[in-house]
Ligand binder design. Structure first.
Ligand code: NAG
Ligand code: NAG
Length: 480
C-alpha cells in the first residue's frame, strides 16, 4: 500500500515536472511583430498570463539542460488539436538532428569518451531501438539521392566521431516519430494503411547526423516501413534554399550581424577573462581556444554528465561554462533587438517557406501527393525560419527540436483551409507575425491558410522595410 502510494506520488511528480517544463518554455516565447514598424516592447504580450511576478532570471545551466533535451517522460504536446469539424490535410515537419558529438575539440585535452554505437540495454532506452538497428541494416542505397547513399544509416563508432549522432540523438527522434504517429496516423489518419511513396516528401542535408535523425523519426512514424517506398532527397544548403540560394542582400545582413556579435563579445570583459583562464589551463593562446568554440564541447560534457576536462594546470569548470552560456543568452537577446538577424532570416527562410506553401496549396487542391513532408536539418535551418515567422523569442533550437506546419480543411466549408504552427509541441500559431492579430479581427478559431500565403508571397518583403515586393528584388536591393 505504502509502495503503491509512493509510486502514484512519483507519477504525479513526473507529470507536474513535465508540465512545469512546458510552461517555462511558453514563458520565454514572447511574440514580436515583424510586419509593423515601431512596435515598442510594451506592446509585446506573454504567451501565458504572467503569474504574479516577473519571469525568473535566466539560469544558464537550466537553459543548457533544456538544450540537451535529455529523453525522459513523454511530454505533453499540442500537435493535431483542432475543432472536430476540421480534417487534417497535410503535415510539414522541420527537425534539427538529435544529440551529437561535438564538432570541435578543446585543444590539448582528452575528448569526452562517448560511445556512439547503439545498445538496447544502455540508457537512454527505447523499446524500438533494436528493431530500428535491424531495419536499418536492411536498407539499400536505392532509397537515397547521391551522395546520401554513401552515408551510414545509423551511428556505429565505439568512440564517437566528430559530429556523430549519439544513441541519445536516435532515441530523441524515435520518440518524435512515435509521438507524430500516434497523433497524425492513428488519430487523424493522415496516410492510408497502404500509403505510397509519393505521399511522403523526405529531404536531408548531407551529414550523417541529419540523415540518421530523419531515418529514426521516420521509423518511429512508420515502423518497419517498406524500403522500396522511401526516397530521401539531398539538400546541399543548410538554408534549404535549393535553386534560389543566391541572395547578396542576405549575405550583407549576415555580415552586419556577425559584426554585431563581435562587438558584443569585445564589450564583455568577464567573457574575455574566462577565455583567458581557460586558455591558460589548456596552454594555448586565447585566440586559438576561442576559435575552438569550447561551448560546443562543454555542452556535450554537460548533456552526457561527463566532467569537464582537466590538465595539470587545472580544470575547466562550471563557472567558465556559466559565463560563456550567459553570454550566449545575452547575444540572443541583442540579436532580437538589433533585427539584423531578422533581415537575414526573412531572406534566408523565404525559399523553403515558399516551397512549403506550394506543397500545401497543391494539397488544398485535392492532390494526394506529399502529404507528409520531413526536412531533416540543423539549428542554422530552424533558427531563421522561426525568426522569419515572427517567433524570434522562441528558444534556440535544442537537439531534436521540431517545427511543424499543419494544414486543415473545414468540413463544413470545404474551400476554407487553416494552418497551425507548432514548436516542440507548443502551439505558437497566434504568435506568428501573420496570425497574431487574428483573434481581434476574426471569430474563426483557426488561422486562415491565406494569411500564411500572403505573408510568404508579400509581407515578408514588406517586413524588410524596403520597397521590394518579391524575393529577387529584395535580394538585389541597391544601396542597402
Ligand atoms: C552524473 O555522474 C555522477 C558521477 O560521475 C553520478 O553520481 C550522478 O548520479 C550522475 N547523474 C546523472 C543524472 O546521471
Ligand atoms: C516560389 O514557388 C513558386 C511555385 O510554387 C515558384 O514558381 C517560385 O519560383 C518560387 N519562388 C522562389 C523565390 O523560390
Amino acid at each position: 500500500m505504502l509502495f503503491r502510494n509512493r509510486f502514484l506520488l512519483l507519477l504525479a511528480l513526473a507529470a507536474l515536472l513535465a508540465f512545469v517544463s512546458l510552461s517555462l518554455q511558453f514563458f520565454h516565447l514572447i511574440p514580436v511583430s515583424t510586419a509593423k514598424n515601431g512596435v515598442s516592447s510594451k506592446s509585446r504580450k506573454r504567451i501565458m498570463p504572467d503569474p504574479v511576478t516577473e519571469p525568473p532570471v535566466t539560469d544558464p545551466v537550466y537553459e543548457a539542460l533544456l538544450y540537451c533535451n535529455i529523453p525522459s517522460v513523454a511530454e505533453r504536446s499540442m500537435e493535431g488539436h483542432a475543432p472536430h469539424h476540421f480534417k487534417l490535410v497535410s503535415v510539414h515537419v522541420f527537425i534539427r538532428h538529435g544529440d551529437r558529438y561535438p564538432l570541435y575539440v578543446i585543444p590539448k585535452t582528452k575528448r569526452p569518451e562517448i560511445d556512439c554505437t547503439l545498445v538496447a540495454n544502455r540508457k537512454p532506452y527505447h523499446p524500438k531501438l533494436e528493431a530500428f538497428i535491424s531495419h536499418m541494416s536492411k536498407g539499400s542505397g536505392a532509397s537515397f539521392e547521391s551522395p546520401l547513399n554513401s552515408l551510414p544509416l545509423y551511428p556505429n563508432h565505439p568512440l564517437c566521431e566528430m559530429g556523430e549522432l549519439t544513441q541519445t540523438g536516435v532515441v530523441q527522434h524515435l520518440q518524435n516519430g512515435q509521438l507524430l504517429r500516434d497523433i497524425y496516423l492513428k488519430k487523424h489518419k493522415l496516410l492510408p494503411n497502404d500509403w505510397s511513396a509519393d505521399q511522403l516528401y523526405l529531404e536531408t542535408t548531407g551529414k550523417s547526423r541529419t540523415l540518421q535523425s530523419g531515418l529514426a523519426l521516420l521509423y518511429g512514424f512508420l515502423p518497419d516501413f517498406d524500403w522500396k517506398k522511401i526516397y530521401f532527397r539531398h539538400q546541399p544548403s543548410a538554408l534549404f534554399c535549393s535553386g534560389s540560394c543566391y541572395c547578396p542582400v542576405r549575405n550583407q545582413y549576415l555580415e552586419k550581424e556577425q559584426r554585431r556579435q563581435y562587438l558584443l563579445r569585445l564589450k564583455n570583459s568577464q567573457l574575455e577573462k574566462t577565455y583567458g583562464e581557460m586558455a591558460k589551463i589548456v596552454d594555448v593562446p586565447t585566440k586559438q581556444l576561442r576559435a575552438a568554440n569550447p561551448i560546443d564541447s562543454m555542452l556535450c560534457h554537460l548533456c552526457h554528465n561527463v566532467s569537464f576536462p582537466c590538465t595539470r594546470n587545472g580544470c575547466v569548470d562550471m563557472e567558465h561554462f556559466k559565463v560563456i552560456k550567459t553570454h550566449q543568452i545575452e547575444d540572443e537577446r541583442e540579436r532580437r533587438e538589433k533585427k539584423l538577424y531578422l533581415g537575414y532570416s526573412l531572406l534566408g527562410a523565404h525559399p523553403i517557406l515558399n516551397q512549403t506553401i506550394g506543397r500545401m496549396q497543391r494539397a488544398t487542391e485535392g492532390r494526394k501527393e506529399e502529404l507528409f513532408a520531413l526536412y531533416s536539418a540543423h539549428d542554422v535551418t530552424l533558427s531563421p525560419v522561426l525568426s522569419a515567422l515572427g517567433l524570434s523569442e522562441a528558444r534556440f533550437p535544442r537537439f531534436a527540436a521540431r517545427l511543424i506546419f499543419e494544414l486543415w480543411q473545414d468540413r463544413e466549408k470545404p474551400n476554407e483551409h487553416s494552418v497551425r504552427i507548432l514548436y516542440n509541441g507548443v502551439d505558437v500559431t497566434f504568435h506568428t507575425s501573420f496570425c497574431q492579430d487574428h483573434h481581434k479581427r476574426s471569430p474563426k478559431p483557426m488561422c486562415p491558410f491565406e494569411n500564411l500565403v500572403r505573408f510568404v508571397k508579400r509581407d515578408m518583403f514588406v517586413a524588410l522595410g524596403g520597397s521590394s515586393t518579391n524575393y529577387y528584388d529584395a535580394c538585389h536591393r541597391e544601396g542597402f
